[in-house]
Ligand binder design. Structure first.
Ligand code: PLP
Length: 391
């Protein structure tokens, strides 16, 4: 099908919930994408941080096709090998104790919130169910995770919203210290992604962790975007000197297949009991086999993530582009604020020139390249970026 054919089918049959770019991708290979006209693009977006190992990685592909041929699904009523192996691996990488597998980031966060509320109600009874999140945060699109999201633009149209959420300004220690005794948890992203790629201050996160310990609030790290190597360590919290009680993940975990979930520490492993929480597809064997392959591929790539991110940022800053006001982020999670406040226009111009990027917040372009991206693709992408940004 041509781009026009595909687009007209979308216009006819798909709800217009996304502002799509005028490209139909038909194939990916390594860190490059190809559209319906055969045009090649360098990928600095990895499908919103999902394609951590690029496209059609042979080891990943072999693992996925093998598992699809053995057992694609059996349900969580049974014991399935790749699910067990993945949980073991994630516990080892995070230092946490047990996993629950879901399908998406929002669903992972829903499970984390349920765990926090149940821990609190088991121990303290009702009236202690509030989850505090940060202004500028993003936690998902379900009614509850929209409520958790600390951005007013998401609190329209779909009410009534789930009660029991409050938002505080990141870095404002006083606003947290005065929270009431109705709180059960604080949820934060180590680097706010959708909000604009804003890394949280390590001192602030340590303060939050200490307050949580003191008051028996649970610290939930939403690592849907920062997790699985994105910031240069397996999880963003590992670079902040804290250990959360619950860590959520999704996006990059299965290298392109839908998988999310959360990990809990030893204190919480008994909170959710049979019947408390479930999801039909969560921990699908093919997705878990894909995740195991993804983690194996990422293992040798992880030590280079920070250097690659620093190289991209230093190169951009050295370009002295009149439209660019510095860079921010961590590892291969990079925000590039544009002075004219129109990142979406630049994003489209970059796409037209053959570089796939994202935007973040209201002012920034965002790069989330595959974590395995090589120097050649990085430099080719940056060359396109420089040419476009000089206008
Ligand atoms: N949490 C964070 C930090 C995210 O960045 C996102 C998505 O961008 C989500 C949650 C929601 O994930 P999903 O779209 O998989 O539901």
């Amino acid at each position: 099908m041509t781009y026009d054919n595909i687009k007209s089918q979308y216009d006819a049959h798909i709800l217009p919930t996304y502002a799509r770019s005028p490209v139909a991708f038909v194939r990916g290979s390594g860190c490059r994408l190809y559209d319906a006209d055969g045009r090649e693009y360098i990928d600095f977006a990895s499908g919103y941080g999902v394609n951590a190992v690029g496209y059609a990685h042979p080891y990943w592909l072999a693992a996925v096709t093998a598992q699809a041929g053995i057992l694609a699904h059996a349900s969580n009523l049974f014991y399935i090998e790749p699910v067990a192996l993945l949980a073991e691996k994630l516990c080892a990488l995070s230092g946490l104790s047990a996993a629950f597998f879901a399908n998406s980031g929002a669903e992972a966060n829903e499970g984390a919130i349920k765990t926090a509320r149940k821990y609190s109600s088991d121990k303290y009874g009702p009236g202690r169910a509030t989850v505090v999140t940060l202004e500028g945060s993003f936690h998902g699109r379900t009614i509850t995770t929209l409520t958790a999201t600390g951005q007013e633009q998401f609190h329209k149209h779909f009410g009534p919203f789930t009660p029991g959420f409050r938002h505080v300004q990141p870095g404002d220690v006083d606003a947290l210290a005065v929270q009431d005794d109705d709180v059960c948890a604080i949820m934060l992203e180590p680097v706010q992604g959708e909000g604009g790629v804003w890394p949280l201050d390590a001192g602030y996160v340590k303060f939050v962790a200490a307050l949580c310990r003191e008051r028996d609030w649970l610290l939930i790290a939403d690592e849907v975007q920062t997790g699985i190597g994105r910031t240069g360590q397996w999880f963003g919290f590992q670079g902040l000197g804290v250990t959360p009680d619950i860590v959520t993940f999704a996006k990059g975990i299965a290298g392109g297949l839908p998988l999310g979930g959360f990990l809990v520490n030893e204190k919480l492993r008994g909170v959710l009991q049979p019947g408390d929480h479930a999801t039909t597809f969560g921990g699908n064997p093919v997705c878990c086999a894909a995740a195991l392959a993804t983690l194996n591929i990422l293992e040798p790539a992880l030590p280079q993530v920070t250097a690659k991110g620093n190289h991209i940022r230093a190169t951009i800053e050295a370009m002295n582009l009149p439209q660019i006001a510095g860079t921010r982020g961590k590892g291969l999670m990079i925000g590039i604020p544009v002075k004219d406040g129109a990142p979406k226009d630049w994003n489209l111009k970059l796409l037209e020139a053959g570089l796939v990027s994202l935007t973040a917040g209201t002012d920034a372009l965002r790069f989330l390249p595959p974590l395995v991206i090589g120097d050649e693709d990085i430099d080719a992408g940056l060359e396109i970026f420089e040419k476009v940004m000089w206008g």
